[in-house]
Design a binder for this molecule. Structure first.
Ligand code: ZN
Length: 153
């Protein structure tokens, strides 16, 4: 692995996001994985959604559930030409997450470490919020790179 990708700061940020954030497509818990891109490139550590089988930087759960609510209740679609199915719904939720996160970052209440101010989320929207398990990750855990599961994409 290159020094750049192995930097302690980046790993700490990824670890915190893995613990705090959810997948912006499906809302599932995220994991740190060693991603293998090709035989010619070293593996590198990224956040991964096992449910979607994709690398995913993650989104604050409050934003995910706001976006999900917005797409479902307002029947909003960024992709009106696509079939109305589960995959399109996930694309819409992910896009709404991006818009909401972009706005939150621009007004200065969100950065890569999460919200910078205390937020009061609407309980109706967050009612079905997942309880993020901490089965495999504690805040102060050392990351043992040799024990991370590898994924080839
Ligand atoms: Zn996912």
């Amino acid at each position: 692995m290159t020094t750049e990708y192995q930097s302690e700061q980046r790993l700490t940020m990824l670890k915190k996001r893995t613990k705090r954030c959810v997948c912006k497509y499906c809302g599932h818990k995220l994991y740190l994985r060693k991603i293998i891109f090709s035989d010619f490139e070293d593996a590198r550590v990224e956040i991964f959604c096992e449910h979607c089988g994709r690398m995913e930087f993650g989104i604050e759960p409050e934003i995910y559930f706001s976006a999900k609510y917005f797409v479902e209740e307002m029947e909003f679609s960024f992709f009106p030409d696509l079939d109305d199915n589960e995959q399109t719904k996930q694309l819409n939720i992910a896009k709404a997450c991006e818009v909401m996160a972009w706005e939150n970052q621009n007004i200065g209440i969100l950065n890569q470490d999460g919200f910078t101010v205390p937020i009061t989320a609407n309980a109706n929207i967050l009612g079905e919020c997942v309880i993020l398990g901490d089965d495999d990750l504690q805040e102060d855990d050392e990351i043992d790179l040799s024990k991370l599961k590898a994924v080839r994409i």
